[in-house]
Design a protein around this ligand. Structure first.
Ligand code: SF4
Length: 315
């Protein structure tokens, strides 16, 4: 069956198998014009013009769920920013009425998160993923190129407020672009702001599809080196979409433990970083209980300091 507003299912290691809803089918409509956007460059807009009706989306979703019952999550997205959809709240209520136990996820650029009505609507999702590529206005303007009425301070305060009311999984995503948001100044600013946002998970990724503008991606090792500069208490996850290079790093047992003490990693991160012999040492340390597992934002992380952190929190 073909659909205008439904796509997938698409397997994703971060969220499982996802059925997507596109609220701007066929045309990019976004209030940002990010340098790294995988859609073609386009002038930012205030709202989605000629959107599909709530009836059309709900009808297609109902049929698609019957056709693809083996999915994990329904993902609301757009060729652009889904919260610009004019009947956003009504649509979510319709999706909730027909989702039949499936989890719901929205991918938003966070530009409207300071609006109480949007916060209320987003709170109906099981998981909310918000982009936060920059911690300073200069970087934000250069990298995400938003409409002039979008203000980074309002976004950050909006995320803070949203976290206070939202009980579901809040995931932040930072897409790293060499020389723009990878500078010491930007990471320092992130380290001041991110601990106040209390996200369940913070995904750090890089460009892995042809971008709208000529920019440089980072390789996995550089991404990992940047991840190490973030506050170790943050739930950072290195979200490289493809394993692009063979792992060649050999670590001794003590090096494995000190790496995971600084930064908990997912299994895929670990397999991308460690060579075969190091993986055997990792498995041994895990079996000995020197490495622990913890669930965060739908992923399993491996680290060494979880119980210490817990003890600290409760003391
Ligand atoms: S927010 Fe997303 S859709 Fe909009 S320009 Fe940026 S990457 Fe593209």
């Amino acid at each position: 069956m073909t659909y205008r507003t439904i796509f997938g299912p698409i397997p994703s290691r971060r969220f499982g198998t996802s059925l997507g809803i596109d609220l701007s089918p066929g045309k990019k409509q976004c209030n940002y014009d990010c340098l790294y956007c995988e859609l073609a460059a386009a002038k930012p807009v205030e709202s989605i013009e000629n959107p599909p009706s709530v009836e059309e989306v709900a009808g297609e979703l109902k049929r698609a769920l019957t056709e693809h019952p083996d999915i994990d999550v329904i993902t609301v997205t757009a060729n652009g920013e889904p919260t610009l959809y004019p009947c956003f709240d009504e649509l979510i209520d319709r999706i909730d009425a027909i989702k039949n136990g499936y989890k719901t996820l929205i991918l938003s650029n966070a530009s409207t998160i300071d609006r109480p009505d949007i916060q209320k609507s987003l709170a109906k999702f099981d998981m909310v993923k918000l982009s936060l590529d920059c911690a300073t206005p200069q970087c934000f303007k250069k990298l995400d190129r938003p409409l002039s009425n979008v203000d980074l301070e309002c976004i950050i305060e909006g995320i803070r407020q949203f976290r206070r009311l939202y009980k579901g999984g809040l995931i932040l995503e930072i897409l790293m672009v060499k020389g723009i948001n990878t500078t010491e100044k930007e990471i320092d600013a992130f380290n001041r702001i991110l601990p106040t946002l209390h996200a369940d998970r913070i995904d750090i990724g890089t460009v892995d599809r042809p971008p709208a503008y000529p920019i440089e991606p980072l390789d996995y090792r550089s991404l990992h080196a940047i991840a190490e500069k973030f506050d170790p208490k943050l739930p950072i996850h290195i979200a490289a979409r493809h394993k692009t290079e063979e792992a060649q790093n050999s670590f001794s047992e003590s090096e494995i433990l000190s790496t995971l003490a600084k930064r908990p990693l997912t299994k895929v991160d670990i397999e991308t970083l460690f060579d075969t012999e190091t993986m055997k040492r990792f498995e041994k340390l895990l079996a000995e209980g020197k490495i622990e597992k913890k669930e965060a934002g739908n992923l399993t992380f491996y680290g060494t300091a979880f119980s210490k952190q817990k003890a600290k929190k409760s003391s």
